[in-house]
Design a protein around this ligand. Structure first.
Ligand code: CMP
Length: 142
């Protein structure tokens, strides 16, 4: 089925100047960018986004990293977009990420791992609406 998923190009990848290379991977895999913007997250915005990780030991470092510089946030649309994007990204820990995946090619560590992608339909819907209004998401009919 055609799905939408939410994606972030994290501050490490923006700083490496590889936004375009990452977008090219999405497009080559058949995923369409239907919404996109650059934002510098506030502490509150980052904490809210990662609320499910609040009790994890890495939470404070995660929020500090995600607010350390601008990110690109985007909505990707395509056949099985959620799973397709997770395959493009590779494992959370770049040391375990398969060759040719975004994390293998662009991530430094599990903390600075280049990209985020929704893990399920429910989180995709929540994450998309956390950053984008309906009007900001464009139908791609051609
Ligand atoms: P992300 O998909 O953005 O969701 C939470 C982030 O926490 C994750 O990517 C990692 O970058 C970061 N993180 C740091 N340590 C861990 C860990 N032990 N397990 C999962 N995520 C971690």
């Amino acid at each position: 089925a055609i799905e939408r998923t939410f994606s972030i190009v994290k501050p490490d990848a923006v700083a490496k100047n590889v936004i375009g290379q990452i977008y090219a991977r999405f497009e080559s895999a058949g995923l369409k960018i239907v919404a996109s913007k650059m934002v510098h997250l506030s502490k509150e915005k980052a904490e809210g986004f990662y609320a499910e990780h609040k009790e994890r030991p890495f939470f404070n470092d995660l929020v500090a990293f995600m607010t350390s510089g601008p990110v690109m946030v985007q909505v990707l649309e395509g056949e099985n977009a959620i799973k397709a994007n997770r395959e493009i990204m590779g494992a959370t820990n770049p040391a375990e990420a398969a060759r040719g995946t975004l994390r293998a090619d662009f991530a430094n560590s599990i903390d600075e791992n280049a990209v985020h992608g929704s893990d399920a339909p429910e989180s995709a819907a929540r994450e998309i609406s956390y950053f984008f209004s309906d009007e900001e998401i464009c139908a791609r009919t051609r």
